[in-house]
Design a protein around this ligand. Sequence first.
Ligand SMILES: [Zn+2]
Ligand SMILES: [Zn+2]
Ligand SMILES: [Zn+2]
Ligand SMILES: [Zn+2]
Length: 486
Amino acid sequence: MIERQNRINELKECIKDHVNDLSAWLNSCELRDSIEFGCGIFATRDIQPNELLFSDKPLLLGPTGNKHEPIVCVICFEKIENDVSCFLCPGQCGLVLCGNTACANQHEIECQLLQKWKPQNPNEVSFNKLKAMLVIRSLFLDKKQRNIFNLMQKNYISEQNDIYFDDEFEHFPDDKETVAALRDASAAINTNTFKVLYRCDGSDDVSVRGFYSIMSLVNHKCSPNARHDIDKHFVGRIFAARPIKKDEQIFISYSQLLWGTNSRRMHMMVSKQFLCSCNRCLDPTENSTNLSAIRCLNKDCDGLVLPIDAINFKSHAKCNLCEKMCENQRFLQIQEMSALITKNFVNKDFTLSELDHFIEFRLCKLVPKSNQFVVESKLKAIRMFSGTTFEDQNKIQCFCEDILRIIDKLDVGECSLKGILAHRLYVIRQKLKEFPPSEFDLNGDDRKRMSISKIDDFLNDDEQLLKTAKIILSNTSTAPADIFDT
Ligand SMILES: [Zn+2]
Ligand SMILES: [Zn+2]
Ligand SMILES: [Zn+2]
Ligand SMILES: [Zn+2]
């Protein structure tokens, strides 16, 4: 208890040195003791949606080292488009540099250290070395930075073997002090890094790993009251997504909002080593979204099958209409099978009518339309297609509306995904207006008749959609390039 209080006091001092904009922080938040989480960040006044709570600069940045993502310069993270072997560091450390002198200069100090360790295969790109840079860079933190770094929560995945990159070097340090420092850094980084997506001019998103000390003090909930954004200068910001009352704890999501409970909890167990048991996790229907539901095993029944105890991975499931039971193993098998066929389908090229066919005749034989994998397929289509025909654009419009309704049910307020989808919907609507009036009017009338709730009002109001998108996306690195021209 005293230890916890001491840590909180020390952290409070460190935050003052590190927070990006001290007056914004002092005006809205405070680090406090939290019974459930050890400590957490709390609102010190009533806060409105979209208000900035605080901003945070990364303590460390590094490449993801993910084989499936574009390779980037280890300093400026600009994407390396051409033959990567031409961009290997001339210092033979085995890392990749863009060729800019400024990057080469900044890299020199870490290059010297790596050369001392004698990299294996210096003329080949090593993803492990790239990934390790975030951990290795912690050795260069100054005293003040080290203070806050040391106070961060650390999860040791495996006590002995968590320095995964020692094989990359011939003379990897074996002195106890360096090994312990690298192991601690590795554990702190596993727990506290954010994936930063950012757009290199007009091309695909590139991702970077960032260690944000203050942002990572915000605890997780699956239906959080705040969102986090990272801009193209890597400044992280926490905004209120819902109205937050004075003394309420601030939460963000470390997982995917539209995943079902089992998927989110497994993901967080693997990536953050904790099992969430928030209200959404405890509710098998997840605020009536039924994202985890499968179809009833009784073929004549239209009921939804959901786990009885949502936070028990071994729970049996039951139909909400005929009450037929579904064994845990069968329930998990159907979820896994749905995940697999969805992944196989969306990772290949497809047309919107093929997607329709896939959802109707394959996926929905296993799961209802509310299921996360149906939602995921729609989301993928929204990302991929801008649509040229009236039918295609109409389809994308419906997909955007469907997902915005789910976001509304989940009560996650002004989340980033809402901004992206609101913008997409707005753009599609403008394109739809270019079609002959007969087609569009019919559609518009249908929609107006359905406008009976707040979410319908929002979905039918183009001005509101654009305004929402602009507010939510204004400080993000992945905002669509054209959004501020409209
Ligand atoms: Zn560079
Ligand atoms: Zn180098
Ligand atoms: Zn949860
Ligand atoms: Zn049933």
